[in-house]
Write a protein that binds this ligand. Structure first.
Ligand code: HEM
Ligand SMILES: *[C@@H]1O[C@H](CO)[C@@H](O)[C@H](O)[C@H]1NC(C)=O
Ligand SMILES: *[C@@H]1O[C@H](CO)[C@@H](O)[C@H](O)[C@H]1NC(C)=O
Length: 502
């Protein structure tokens, strides 16, 4: 908007351009003045309200608007909580206040408060992601919707990811995609394990969501478009040419076009066939078209947000598992024994694919998955808004504030997990251990917005690890580490070398 106005003024006769320039400068000055008084009034009103309450300590004025956001978002090792968090917790305790993302915010590293917030979604708290996320994922995305509309979309996703479908159609598909990826690996020459993990989860989601096969050129094009899209989700929402956000919005429409074409194709085909014998394709697109009265726009956003939620998170979890295991040969050894047992059973049955019973035997694998998520913290904190004044253990939580449940801080809390920086899957075996109990472990969130795909995520990682440990040995081709930006990413894309197992 602003951009196009500026470019037209330059082509005008000079005197007129001058007037317009003057007008603009004045407008900008006045706006700055009005904005700053607005913020100052708001600030002092907030301060007055604040003095009467028992708020968590820590609120410093910081810079207006930005506050302490930059310090809070400063990149740090994914297996740590970072300097800002560490410093605040030592100084103020596990519940403190700050000025983040332009709003007064309560930050919680307290397991009890985190549970309280997530379980009271819709009552005292409400999901509230920054505007940039809504702009890119769409206003109908499940991650930004609240209330009834969210419930409706969630039901479709849950049906789609149900236990029954997991057994009958998702398990075989996960195994097929795993084999495709592993078979394509070259031994003894380095490649990015993170890239491979992303291909795996992307192709899996593209197949399950709209029956796109990885062999199709369109799928690969979509995947590349998606990478640009992702960069925008995590960038500042500055929309003018050249910014990541702008590029991401363009990718969003390119991706939507592909999905839309698939949808039109589907509708056309079912129309030609007539209602009775229409092809009932067993993918999310088919489900959404059959089971709901959603508009086209709503279905597009639903599919896009599932692609988003189901792709980045599980590929990162898988990369982290590959990384942590590389540094823990004893765990790889135990994992291999477990999967050899499964493979031998399979052989006895005379089958060459995993069954649901096989999957249920992978107990140590589940410990590895939990430990990977505890230490790596793919989703580090959640965004919530307080919608009604509420108290928690005598602390006032005022309506209108934001509250961030920091899942990572609980998972890395030394009073809950012994030696929390250590990758130790065995801690999940001894249930006597203080930390390894479900209430303090929430990698998938909780309450009415609990991750809809966590069973699929576990299945993906377990099946991938099964074939990985049975086919290859692996090592890092060069040192790398996972960084929380705060979205987790490997500095160098996790370069590894693999060797055949003989
Ligand atoms: C290890 C992998 C994964 C992790 C750590 C993870 C984590 C999470 C978390 C923490 C949330 C809650 C967000 C919030 O409350 O604001 C969430 C929501 C969600 N996840 Fe996952 N997720 C993973 C994999 C998946 C997969 C594979 C899918 C789908 C195929 C998926 C689909 C969703 C959906 C649809 C939601 C929104 C649920 C709702 O709002 O009702 N996730 N995930
Ligand atoms: C779908 O239909 C139900 C009632 O049949 C209605 O309550 C709901 O709002 C509709 N949803 C949409 C997205 O139009
Ligand atoms: C892993 O964590 C989940 C909670 O997300 C828990 O229900 C499960 O029992 C844990 N698995 C193991 C093997 O401890």
């Amino acid at each position: 908007m602003v951009y196009s106005t500026v470019s037209t003024t330059t082509s005008m006769p000079l005197p007129m351009a001058k007037d317009i320039l003057l007008f603009f400068s004045l407008t900008i000055l006045v706006s700055i003045f009005l904005l700053s008084t607005h913020f100052m009034i708001k600030w002092s009103r907030e301060n007055k309200k604040r003095r009467k309450m028992n708020l968590p300590p820590g609120m410093s004025l910081g810079l207006p608007f930005l506050g302490e956001t930059l310090a809070y978002l400063k990149p740090h090792k994914a297996t740590s909580i970072g300097h800002f968090m560490d410093h605040r917790i030592k100084r103020y305790g596990k519940i403190y206040s700050s000025n983040l993302f332009g709003e007064p915010t309560i930050v919680s590293a307290d397991a009890g408060l985190n549970r309280f917030v997530l379980q009271n979604e819709g009552r005292w708290f409400e999901c509230s992601y920054p505007k940039s996320i809504g702009g890119i994922l769409g206003k109908w995305s499940m991650l930004v919707l609240v209330g009834e509309m969210h419930q409706e979309m969630r039901m479709i996703s849950l049906n789609f990811l149900s236990a029954a479908r997991l057994r009958t159609s998702l398990l075989p598909e996960v195994e097929r995609q795993t084999k495709l990826v592993l078979r394509s690996w070259q031994v003894e020459s380095p490649f990015s394990a993170q890239e491979e993990a992303k291909k795996f989860t992307f192709n899996l989601m593209a197949k399950n969501i709209m029956s796109m096969d990885q062999e199709e050129a369109e799928t690969e094009k979509l995947r590349l478009e998606y990478i640009t899209f992702m960069k925008g989700v995590v960038s500042a929402p500055l929309n003018f040419p050249g910014t990541s956000y702008h590029k991401a919005l363009k990718s969003r429409s390119a991706i939507l076009k592909v999905i839309e074409r698939k949808m039109d194709e589907r509708l056309r085909r079912s129309y030609c066939k007539g209602m009775e014998e229409r092809i009932e394709e067993d993918d999310l697109l088919g489900w959404a078209l059959r089971q709901s009265n959603f508009s086209k726009e709503q279905i597009l956003d639903l599919l896009l947000s599932l692609l988003f939620a189901g792709h980045e998170t599980s590929s990162m979890a898988l990369s982290l598992a590959i990384f942590f295991l590389e540094g823990c040969p004893e765990a790889v050894e135990e994992l291999r024994e477990e999967h050899l047992r499964v493979a031998r059973q399979q052989e006895k049955r005379g089958q060459c694919h995993l069954s649901w019973e096989d999957y249920k035997q992978m107990e140590f694998t589940q410990c590895v998955i939990n430990e990977t998520l505890r230490l790596g913290n793919v989703v580090r904190f959640l965004h919530r808004k307080v919608i009604k004044d509420v108290q928690y253990k005598g602390i006032d939580i005022p309506s209108g504030w934001k509250i961030l449940p920091v899942l990572a801080a609980v998972h890395l809390d030394p009073s809950l997990y012994e030696d929390p920086q250590q990758f130790n899957p065995w801690r999940w075996q001894s249930r006597s251990h203080l930390g390894a109990t479900t209430p303090n472990f929430m990698p998938y969130g909780g309450g009415p917005r609990l991750c809809a795909g966590f069973e699929l995520a576990k299945l993906e990682i377990a099946v991938f690890l099964h074939h990985l440990v049975l086919s290859y040995r692996w090592e890092l081709a060069e040192p790398d580490e996972a960084i929380a930006y705060p979205f987790v990413d490997f500095r160098k894309g996790l370069p590894i070398k693999v060797y055949n197992i003989t």
